[in-house]
Design a protein around this ligand. Sequence first.
Ligand SMILES: Cc1cc2nc3c(=O)[nH]c(=O)nc-3n(C[C@H](O)[C@H](O)[C@H](O)COP(=O)(O)OP(=O)(O)OC[C@H]3O[C@@H](n4cnc5c(N)ncnc54)[C@H](O)[C@@H]3O)c2cc1C
Length: 408
Amino acid sequence: MPGTIIIAGAGLCGARAAFSLRERGYNGRIVMVGSERHAPYDRPPLSKQMVEGENFIQHIAEEESYRVGEIEHLGGIDVVGIDRGRHEVTLGNGSTLSYERLLLATGARPRMLPGTEGLRNVLTLRSFDDAVNIRSRLGQGRKLIIIGGGFIGLELAATARQLGTSVTVIEGLQRLMARAVPAEIASTIAERHLQEGVQVLLNVGVASIREEDRRVHVRLADGREIDGDLAVVGIGAVPNTELAETAGLEIDNGIAVDAFMRTSDEDIFAAGDCCSFPLEIYSGSRLRLESWRCAQDQGTAAAANMMGAAVAYDGVPWFWSDQYDLTLQIAGLPGLATETVRRELSDGAFLLFHLDVEGRLVAASAVGRGNAIGRDIRLCEMLISQRAFPNREDLVSPSTRLKSLLAA
Ligand SMILES: Cc1cc2nc3c(=O)[nH]c(=O)nc-3n(C[C@H](O)[C@H](O)[C@H](O)COP(=O)(O)OP(=O)(O)OC[C@H]3O[C@@H](n4cnc5c(N)ncnc54)[C@H](O)[C@@H]3O)c2cc1C
């Protein structure tokens, strides 16, 4: 008698898991429950492709595929409780559903700036509905204030400039994208924002925000006041762990899972932005990533393991960001490195190899136009997963093909 797999969260990870279950021959019931009313869609275009108008929602699969795959999607409703003993979840409308296995793919939500709750012109960007709302307020003659110089804020800055909006970015640290991106790459991107007319204020905090006459007034810690039509806060994301926490599952900077995406309950799995997981290539260090590919691949791994396989997730962390015609990509964890070796590529692009104290390649990062850096980063990912100790001269010299450094 086939059972039921419930997926809480209908984002990329949840949808990938649902389709993978069917691709692997699961013949029980699959129910995917999601807070958002939309069918699962990709988030990366939300900050990058607003210029194309309101049709920038990119669904993960055609509506028809859910029907053919017999994947039930309950949209616009939350999973509000888990009864582990009864193997049952409760939904926001009070109904219950029994599960044989449960996947938590609840993602993350934007961190809010305290004191700004309820302000109509202070927004965050996570969902399609957020993006539509923000898009409707951008354009010639409008002024946007972005609080936080991370990926989402800067991608939005680039998009808003392309729509003719005047943009100010306020960043509390000394440089942009300081948490995740090596300084050389961040400075190439920062220069580009300045050329495009973005006002960038560094090393200054926000003291208070208020709304008056439908305008937002941001008072900075140094006393300056900036005003605009809209402020968007991009200061990071918080994993949605409350459901797991209330159910008594282990939490450790996200819902804690093992390499097989299993939580502290053997019938409950978690994957994507909501979970933290150990990564074998970094000696089992526990990480939580907010990355498209990780969410997709963990959804696939969780599906296999919910069906009884033992597929350990061992992907090299990978992230990209598009701003104007520049793309940056990061593979691995640059924060573990003690040395950086630079290789110049054509057309102003460059590649950084990040080595740890023993000379092992632990990360690579690059910036360039269009897809100039994609192939090199892919080869670096392979070197990172092979735990390679490359020779520095080979890394610097563009005439040494990275492929030749890979172990057979
Ligand atoms: C604007 C933006 C741009 C991005 N750009 C990039 C990029 O360029 N490169 C990159 O690598 N990554 C990017 N990301 C990150 C990437 O989109 C995420 O890593 C990915 O969406 C994570 O997928 P997920 O399914 O784990 O979580 P989510 O996409 O957050 O989906 C989780 C879903 O679960 C729902 N949910 C939460 N709690 C419940 C509940 N209790 N019951 C039911 N449903 C629930 C949420 O509403 C949400 O719909 C971007 C993210 C954003 C927001």
